[in-house]
Design a binder for this molecule. Structure first.
Ligand code: AMP
Ligand code: GLY
Length: 423
């Protein structure tokens, strides 16, 4: 039995906390800073996810046996390194290994070293050089800030002029600050996207059930990209054959390259994949669970998540076998009207309890806050309404039926989550 500290405050953390709270290994669960959803499954702690010193001190005081780091920022800032240095077990990569997400130039270098299929790309440190290169390509290009930009640092541009404008915004106007010191210019890939998440303990890899995110804000994948407007699992586009190809051509060589580089990888390795006519290619790596992908994945996980995370930390992942609910899960994100641009906060949310009446439905909190016994909106992505069903169509119908029971002023959601899986 042990105390666990979970770091983060999104829908992903509510889903992880909900699952961890069911572990037979758990005594106390703390979530920093958490949200009103995590408060239902543990004790929220008033510490920000980037308060490295504060989190380490809290973990020491509360005799924490495992710290689970949800988001990328504390990973990139070295929270795992700081905890390990004082002898506290932490689930997640070191800062050096988290660079696989936090530094897209490093990620490209690792992919090239391992001959991992990805979009052909080049790194630029000077705007003038980037501009000349983009102009010379005369094709659609993708411009990416090299650093962390909250999922918004990628511009898919259909002609060079748009590409140059994007490069200017990132490198000259610095709309993402220092994250735009360097950019990657890469070829545009076409196909269906899928998210492949795996547990990795430095050597062993356990690939979880596949999922698919919906990044653009509007139905039919229109409008600007968001953190993710919904997800489902499994993704039929990821056949067994495609999955084993991804394991063999992407995950195994990446884990090898990280070892050879002296930056062994431990935690969750998330490969964002484009399944192109020429096979699966990597769009990006993330160093953590995806959000919203974590919500349908965790809903389908039947094994004890804490046991698996401990196996990762103790380098014995090959000894565990995970069980999955064969039923698909669909998560529909309810957002504040206006997201991903500006939106109003403080709207009263009603209907969550009613929506959750069946055990096949969970409403995960993201941007919510509690006040005077009420739940109010406090962020862009507000709730992740997640449902199991006998088929994807059934899970989709269950999720939308639950969504319809929830109300807040300006609530916005996509009406076509999981539609691609039904085509
Ligand atoms: P990333 O944060 O790198 O996953 O990029 C965000 C989104 O941009 C991805 O989910 C894709 O939809 C899109 N994207 C990124 N790279 C490419 C690429 N090379 N070709 C086409 N779309 C891309
Ligand atoms: N849903 C995409 C991500 O977590 O990066």
């Amino acid at each position: 039995m042990m105390n666990v500290l979970l770091v983060g405050s999104g829908g992903r953390e509510h889903a992880l906390g909900w699952k961890l709270s069911q572990s037979k290994e758990l005594s106390q669960l703390y979530i920093a800073p958490g949200n009103p959803g995590t408060a239902q499954v543990g004790t929220n702690v008033d510490l920000k996810d980037n308060d490295i010193a504060g989190l380490v001190k809290f973990a020491q005081e509360k005799d924490i046996g495992l710290v689970v780091v949800g988001p990328e920022d504390p990973l990139a800032m070295g929270l795992v390194d700081a905890l390990t240095a004082v002898g506290i077990k932490a689930f997640g990569p070191t800062a050096a290994a988290a660079a696989i997400e936090a530094d897209k130039a490093f990620a490209k270098k690792m992919m090239n070293a391992g001959s991992i299929p990805t979009a052909e790309g080049r790194v630029f440190e000077k705007y003038g050089d980037a501009k000349a290169y983009i102009a010379s390509r005369d094709a659609a290009v993708v411009i990416k800030a090299a650093g962390l930009a909250k999922g918004k640092g990628v511009f898919v541009c259909n002609d060079p002029a748009d590409g140059i404008l994007a490069a200017e915004k990132v490198m000259v106007e610095r709309i993402f600050g220092d994250a735009g010191e360097r950019i990657i210019v890469e070829e545009k890939l076409v196909g269906q996207e899928a998210s492949i998440l795996a547990f990795v303990d430095g050597h062993n890899i356990y690939v979880m059930e596949s999922s698919q995110d919906h990044k653009p804000v509007g139905d039919g994948d229109t409008g600007p990209n968001t953190g993710g407007m919904g997800a489902y699992s499994p993704a039929p586009v990821v056949t067994d054959k495609v999955l084993s190809q991804i394991e063999r051509e992407v995950l195994v060589p990446l884990v090898d390259c990280m070892n050879r580089n002296g930056t062994p990888y431990s935690g969750i390795l998330y490969a964002g994949i484009m399944i192109t006519p020429g096979g699966p290619k990597v769009l990006e790596f993330n160093a953590r669970f995806g959000d919203p992908e974590a919500q349908p994945i965790v809903m389908r996980m039947k094994s004890d998540l804490l046991e698996v995370m401990l196996a990762v930390c103790d380098l014995r992942l090959h000894k565990v076998q995970l069980n999955w609910d064969p039923r698909p899960a669909v998560c529909v994100v309810m957002a504040s009207g206006g997201y991903p641009d500006s939106y109003e906060k403080g709207k009263v949310i009603t209907g969550i309890e009613e929506a959750e009446r069946s055990s096949d439905i969970k409403v995960f909190h993201a941007g919510t806050t509690g006040k005077d016994g009420q739940i109010l909106t406090s962020g862009g992505r507000v709730l992740g309404v997640t449902a199991l069903g006998t088929t994807i169509a059934d899970a989709q119908a269950n999720a939308y039926a639950a969504v319809k029971k929830i109300n807040f002023d300006g609530a916005y959601y996509r009406s076509d989550i999981a539609a691609k899986a039904l085509k």
